[in-house]
Design a protein around this ligand. Structure first.
Ligand code: MN
Length: 254
């Protein structure tokens, strides 16, 4: 089984090494193509206005000066000798829960794989607020990663779908199990905008993420993580809101 690994935290991110350890439990045919720099929040963006450069770090390890989607595209079109059987994206440093998924480069890399008809799974390690910086504990992902992935490898994924996995912010031994849940919704205003002044006296703005206590909806990814479970959520690329189709069509009926 050929596996392509990618992420949005960059080729040198600690979570990518965690993902390599997880993938090594599944196969020895592992290829890596990841952004050369962190691309968190890049979503499903493609680099169109400038060229991208590729660098080979080892026989099967490459970085691309672009987004996670660029990395998957380069891997599929220029690097791998044949399409992979599986794309794993992560392990992201931080949650990709609820409405995070549309901002997420990690999840979008998996979307790109799903669009190419390849089984794709995004993996993210949620961390506690005191774990900010490099001190993120990936032990839940390390201990539970292969266990969560193995049943998914033989299960058919419907076309243009992927699976989003999040690991709770506790030690592997404290994880309560795995729950298959729907995508939730953060019931707080997203991010703050921090304003400062640069060394030349010009104002700058920096988007922050802030965690405010919220009450997750039942059977959601947010609730599973709050209960220290691994969350497994099937996602689809088709964002159509089915039940609005009829009422909108009525607006234009002559
Ligand atoms: Mn990230």
């Amino acid at each position: 089984m050929r596996i392509l690994l990618t992420n949005d935290d960059g080729i040198n991110a600690p979570g990518l090494y965690v993902l390599e350890k997880i993938a090594a439990q599944l196969s020895d045919d592992i290829w890596i193509c990841a952004p050369s720099e962190e691309q968190s929040g890049a979503g499903h963006s493609l680099t169109l206005t400038r060229p991208v450069r590729m660098r080979q770090h080892a026989e099967r390890r490459f970085s691309v000066t672009g987004t996670p989607t660029d990395s998957v595209t380069m891997a599929l079109k220029k690097i791998l000798p044949a399409p992979p059987d599986l794309i794993l994206s992560g392990v992201n440093r931080g949650a990709n829960l609820g409405d995070d998924v549309t901002y997420s480069g990690t999840v979008s890399a998996a979307f790109e794989g799903a669009l190419a008809g390849i089984r794709a799974i995004a993996l993210s390690q949620v961390y506690a607020r005191e774990g900010v910086g490099n001190a993120v504990d990936f032990s839940a992902a390390e201990q539970w990663g292969a266990k969560v992935l193995k049943p998914l490898l033989d299960h058919p994924f419907p076309p243009r779908t992927l699976v989003n996995v999040n690991f709770p912010p506790v030690a592997g031994s404290e994880v309560q199990g795995v729950r298959v849940v729907r995508q939730g919704f953060h019931d707080y205003a997203r991010g703050s905008v921090v304003e400062g002044t640069d060394p030349r006296g010009f104002p700058y703005y920096w988007f922050g993420l802030h965690g405010i206590e919220h009450t997750p909806g039942s059977d959601t990814d947010l609730e599973a993580i709050a209960g220290n479970f691994v969350s497994v959520t099937p996602l689809q690329i088709d964002l159509t809101h089915e039940s609005s189709l009829g009422s909108l069509a009525n607006l234009y009926r002559s």
